[in-house]
Design a protein around this ligand. Structure first.
Ligand code: ADP
Ligand code: ZN
Ligand code: MG
Length: 479
């Protein structure tokens, strides 16, 4: 039985964070009352004329430059004709045979290091409106979203697994967010993707017939959808059947993909240049100016964390994946704690707490400086690691300075030798059998005594010191 290889190419749509829409001056704000941010242009009234938003062009070009695309000096807007109730114009204004940018790439982390994924093209287009379906008897149309600027980023079929597809999406999303041009919210649809999936016998180079998957609104669902679809295709081929080229919807509740429309029902978009819009012509000086404005991007920041902070590549990868997390980490530096110690806390407790709660960095009320204070107390032996963890969970929501919490709860660890030694002696005297066994060489009993002392001290003893003292006191009088 042949073993199969997965081949995936992604089409990503990212909403650009401009104030106004791509071809009119209506606001792009999310969550307003339905049909309030609309005008004759974005509702497709006859006789209205589109005017291209310069800021949307700037953002699209910046993304193209950030992923190493060649930016075309001249690109064209084209009408993509189809009928749908959320598209009052009867066509989407997109770019077709002369897109804004082509031939780029982005690097994704893989087990062996990094892998380069080709970007075929990036083009600009407008978003459609939204349909709100009621109980199944009627639907409503909200055109607030109609005309929101989008860029579509089309990848080469270079991805070889669901995990690589997710890594690629995360890389693109991070770049968009570092550029500050997209809010990256998958649930609200400001960052979404269609996945083209095929399989082929491992070792061959031709392409199998692909299906296109839609309706995945989280990284998790992209991964689940691709895995389900690959399984379905492998079963078909193993049963001697053929994969049919079609569009399939992912059913997140059932974890399966379902046929939406086949090739015969595929749209014939009848693309033609939009006669209402002049070609988009960009001059070298403008592109150079935008290039000079590019901020530090994830790959550069990762590199800097490795070379100037001495972090490992894997740590740098985790810390830079989200701009907000990287910003938080950097703001916690420079307060007398080693970068690696802060990094461990951010990658450990901070990210764990965010993941457990399913929230973003902005939910953490503890300031970066507060985190530095907390880690400094652990380093100085004022509190131990488990106390620090408890303090962290408390200040995560309150934002209180951890030093104040430690003070208030009287948590400061006892490191005073005399006090510790008194506790150690009490515990040793109370457990003569265990002392004998320890003296006989049963070293693991040190842990037992440390635990006893910790209990006696109400968790305040410095466990490192206690462990040294147990060994020393138990060894007294021994040859
Ligand atoms: P369409 O406009 O019909 O969606 P495109 O040529 O723009 O077609 O391709 C869309 C996506 O499909 C691209 O990301 C491309 O990499 C991917 N793709 C093309 N062929 C395959 C294949 N055999 N298997 C997986 N992905 C593919
Ligand atoms: Zn409008
Ligand atoms: Mg497609």
């Amino acid at each position: 039985m042949p073993e199969f290889e997965t081949v995936i190419g992604l089409e990503v749509h990212a909403q650009l964070k401009t104030e106004s829409k791509i071809f009119c001056s209506c606001s792009t704000r999310f969550g307003e009352a339905p049909n309030t941010n609309v005008c004759p242009v974005c509702t497709g009234m006859p006789g209205s004329l589109p005017v291209l938003n310069a800021r949307a062009v700037e953002y699209a070009v910046k993304m193209a430059l950030a992923v190493h695309c060649q930016v075309n000096r001249r690109s064209l807007f084209a009408r993509k004709n189809y009928f749908y109730p959320d598209l009052p114009m009867g066509y989407q204004i997109s770019q077709y045979d002369q897109p804004l940018a082509e031939h780029g790439w982005v690097e994704i982390p893989v087990e062996e290091g990094t892998k380069r994924i080709g970007i075929t093209r990036i083009h600009m287009e407008n978003d459609a409106g939204k349909l709100l379906h009621s109980d199944g008897t009627w639907s409503q149309v909200d055109l607030n979203r109609a005309g929101t600027p989008l860029i579509e980023i089309v990848s080469e079929p270079d991805l070889r697994s669901a995990a690589e597809a997710v890594a690629y999406l995360k890389s693109l999303r991070a770049i968009l967010m570092y550029l500050g041009i997209c809010d990256g919210n998958m649930e609200e649809g400001s960052f979404r993707c269609d996945a083209n999936v095929s399989i082929r016998p491992r070792g061959t180079t031709g392409f199998g017939t692909r299906t296109e998957l839609k309706n995945m609104n989280s990284f998790r669902n992209v991964e689940r959808a691709i895995l389900a679809e690959v399984r379905r295709q492998v079963e078909l081929v193993e049963d001697g059947e053929a994969v049919v080229q079609e569009t399939r919807l992912f059913d997140a509740a059932k974890g399966v993909t379902r046929s939406m429309r086949g090739k015969e029902e595929a749209h014939d978009y009848r693309y033609f240049p939009d006669p209402d819009l002049v070609p988009l012509v960009l001059d070298e000086a403008q592109i150079a100016a935008w290039k000079a404005e590019l901020p530090e991007l994830p790959a550069q920041r990762r590199e800097r964390f490795v070379t100037t902070l001495g972090l490992g590549a894997a740590d740098a990868e985790v810390l830079t994946a989200e701009k907000a997390v990287a910003d938080y980490f950097e703001a916690a530096l420079g307060h007398g704690v080693e970068a690696k110690k802060i990094a461990n806390w951010v990658m450990g407790d901070v990210l764990r707490e965010l993941n457990d709660r399913g929230v973003g960095m902005e939910a953490c009320r503890l300031s970066p400086v507060g985190l530095a204070h907390l880690v400094a107390m652990v380093e100085a032996g004022t509190i131990n690691a488990s106390q620090a963890r408890a303090v962290f969970r408390e200040v995560f929501d309150s934002g209180e300075d951890p030093r104040a919490v430690v003070e208030r709860h009287g948590l400061a660890q006892v490191s005073d030798d005399a006090a510790l030694e008194a506790w150690v002696r009490e515990v040793l005297e109370a457990n003569p059998d265990e002392v004998a066994r320890l003296r006989a060489g049963e070293k693991k009993l040190v842990g037992f005594f440390v635990g006893q002392v910790m209990r006696r001290s109400g968790g305040k003893a410095n466990p490192g010191k206690v462990s040294e003292l147990v060994a020393r006191v138990a060894g007294e009088g021994q040859p």
